[in-house]
Design a binder for this molecule. Structure first.
Ligand code: SF4
Ligand code: SF4
Length: 691
């Protein structure tokens, strides 16, 4: 088709045919990009194995929902919507940018399928996409420069702020859409001047504005704009491509893969080494992550994919109480390490140094409660808990266990509970139960349909034993034939595993598994979310496991548990979601249904801080023995949230939450204003079956 201006492929630059230059630019750009990617893959090729090529249909669904659908972005509404517009605009303009590359050496090039009516529709769509991209870039730049959210800040101990990088990339994106629009608008303006057929310019788009802007320009001037804007677009496009793998914008390339290879399970912890069965762990020479190359390739891909958006740290309870942990910087430091030791120019660094003490601190890694808030929030599915556990496994293997944890770990090894209490005292809590609630000990051939797995804290802690007694009363009132393992029960090992003591966990798991299978019970109920999570996600081949909140909700709905009207109808109750019931196992509705089954009860929510955005109470299991450096307790922040919601009673469904929250109420000076109760205790107080 004849055009009013000389096309890039037919032009000359300093006497050289431009077509040659426009072949060389993409060749150099793509070649450099391929080389940088090859260098970036180096550490992944040396990494530990990871099994992520399974469950392909689920992975494709995850890509469609989380990557293509940007599912998690609107959790932060303004930033999320801006990102969705940028992302959608990028996808749309990808085809146009590809076409432009070919236009540099093939006059009038059209991508296959982009002619006819689809081509006309696409042309309008890409003009609007370029326009909304520029608006989104302007909003993002204003946020970076004038309204910077606190979560973008970089505390001095974590290095330098990366605002310049974000602004540079926004500038490059703006240059791309502006140059593309000038390229097209100059041609349209020239065609109109010469009375030739011109493309339609959709109203209020960039190209429409530029067409009007250029309407009085001479043909020679339009030719200059046309040629220069094309040249700028090509150079910036390939510079941008090669700049992506240099920093946080690497996610533009890696996020698709990171989401595809995301962790599909919830609640469990990765094996010590993929491909090595639990009964072969003794054969391993080293446990956990000690040097960078001990991370799995997927965990390294996580480092490359971190967007540095700070959402994880914004919801991290450890960060909120100023423990020396901010998950975002676990990723940033990991990426910086990879870039430094595997540079894109020059040879790889020498032998890797131990990570602990070099880039991560011991306290930083022990500070994590494994609450999962960071993983829930991350828009690109970056994992933290497995990394924390792997780093702890490495520290435990090197004997780097905090002093305060050494005693409980020793007691767990010797007596099966962290307090070192005698095994025969494990069932002492049943002594204070009324005669109408007999509890069978499933030993010496005695069996029951259901096993009540009590776990250590509710067996031995004087206050928490009330949860065990309440649970037994509920089971009896529901007419469930149940029993306990008594002295044959050991700690579930849930926290032992998450604190990196894998061999001790395996021992506890084996002993509990034998005792559970020998009991002959066909199902398991527990009132402890940590035990529930361990038995459900860490153990194998057990009978079905249920948390007591589900049992209560089911039996109350069926009329088999009858509840009296609220004993204190004037009180306002709020439910605190325990991490290992909520986020890790998605049990949000059953505990609420159980509370609401009490006629006349007044329950409110901690809006914005409940369900999958619940805030960790401070951590359970061995976290109770760990003394972190922190400015205040997580539990104190949590009770303040409950107070703000207007509650006088915090209901939880986890003995560890109850310990932390009761303690926090005292520390916060809220005694008399707020109280805490476990779900089992609340339901037992209202049992009508016993009357
Ligand atoms: S799991 Fe919880 S405590 Fe640990 S880094 Fe993530 S948000 Fe922070
Ligand atoms: S890990 Fe995820 S949530 Fe955290 S800063 Fe990186 S991209 Fe954002």
């Amino acid at each position: 088709m004849e055009t009013a201006l000389i096309s890039p492929a037919s032009a000359t630059i300093l006497g050289i045919p431009a077509g040659i230059i426009y072949i060389l630019i993409p060749l150099i750009g793509v070649g450099t990009f391929a080389y940088i990617i090859y260098k970036r893959l180096m550490p992944l090729l040396r990494a530990a194995p990871d099994e992520r090529f399974n469950r392909i249909p689920e992975r494709i669904r995850a890509v469609i929902k989380i990557w293509l659908g940007q599912w998690r972005h609107p959790r932060y509404m303004l930033a999320g919507v801006v990102h969705i517009f940028l992302f959608a605009g990028f996808l749309i303009l990808g085809a146009r940018s590809t076409q432009l590359v070919f236009i540099g050496f093939v006059d009038g090039f059209q991508l296959p399928g982009f002619g006819g009516s689809f081509g006309a529709f696409y042309s309008v769509l890409k003009d609007y996409a370029a326009t909304w991209i520029l608006i989104a870039v302007a909003i993002a730049a204003a946020r970076r420069l004038f309204f910077k959210p606190a979560r973008y800040a970089v505390p001095p101990q974590y290095g330098k702020d990366h605002t310049w990088e974000a602004l540079l990339v926004l500038g490059l994106i703006a240059t791309l859409v502006i140059s593309e629009s000038f390229f097209e608008a100059s041609l349209v303006a020239a065609q109109i001047q010469k009375g030739m057929h011109a493309e339609i310019t959709p109203p209020l788009t960039l190209v429409w504005f530029f067409k009007h802007l250029l309407s009085g320009t001479s043909l020679a001037g339009l030719q200059g704009v046309h040629s220069v804007s094309y040249f700028i677009h090509e150079v910036v496009f390939f510079f941008f491509l090669c700049f992506l793998p240099m920093g946080k914008h690497f996610h533009v390339v890696t996020s698709l893969f990171n989401v595809f290879f995301m962790r599909l399970e919830r609640g469990n912890v990765k094996p010590v080494r993929h491909g090595v069965d639990d009964d072969k762990l003794d054969d391993l020479e080293s446990f956990g992550v000690k040097v960078f190359e001990d991370f799995t390739w997927k965990h390294m891909l996580d480092f490359y994919t971190c967007v540095d958006c700070g959402r994880c740290s914004d919801h991290c309870p450890a960060n909120a109480v100023s423990r020396p942990l901010s998950p975002r910087f676990i990723s940033i430091k990991g990426r910086d390490y990879a870039f430094k030791h595997y540079p894109w120019i020059g040879s790889n660094g020498g032998p890797s140094k131990p990570l602990i003490g070099d880039i991560y601190g011991e306290d930083e890694i022990w500070s994590c409660t494994t609450c999962g808030a960071c993983e829930q929030e991350c828009p690109v599915t970056i994992e933290y808990i497995d990394k924390m556990v792997d780093l702890r496994r490495g520290m435990v293997d090197e004997g780097m266990v905090p002093q305060s944890l050494q005693k409980p770990l020793g007691a767990l090894e010797k007596r099966g509970n962290p307090w070192g209490k005698m095994e025969r005292k494990r069932a002492d809590w049943i002594k204070d139960l009324a005669e109408e609630t007999p509890v069978k000990a499933l030993e010496k051939g005695k069996t029951a349909e259901t096993l009540y797995f009590v776990d250590s804290i509710s067996s031995f802690d004087d206050r928490m034993q009330d949860i065990a007694r309440s649970t037994a009363r509920i089971l009896a009132a529901a007419g469930i034939d149940f029993g306990i393992l008594g002295k044959a029960e050991k700690d579930s090992g849930h926290e032992v595993r998450r604190f990196g003591e894998e061999m001790l966990f395996q021992d506890l798991k084996d002993r509990n598994t034998d005792a559970i299978l020998n009991s002959g019970a066909a199902s398991i109920i527990t009132a402890d979310p940590h035990a529930y999570n361990a038995l459900t996600n860490d153990y194998n081949d057990l009978p079905p496991v249920e948390h007591i909140s589900r049992t209560i909700a089911r039996y109350a709905a069926a009329g088999k548990i009858r509840l009296k009207p609220a004993v204190d109808a004037g009180k306002v109750y709020v439910y605190h979601d325990p991490c290992y019931l909520g986020r890790h196992n998605r049990l949000y509705d059953d505990p609420r249904a159980a509370i609401d089954a009490i006629p006349g009860i007044n329950r409110v929510e901690m809006e914005g801080k409940c369900r999958d955005r619940s805030f960790c109470c401070g951590g359970g299991g061995l976290m109770l023995f760990y003394e972190p450096e922190e400015e205040q307790r997580m539990g104190v922040l949590r009770v303040e949230m409950a107070k703000q919601a207007g509650a006088n009673v915090i209901v939880t469904a986890c003995p560890f939450c109850l310990v932390n929250i009761e303690d926090a109420i005292k520390v916060a000076g809220l005694e008399g204003e707020l109280e805490a109760i476990d779900l089992s205790e609340l339901i037992a107080q209202h049992l009508a079956n016993e009357d």
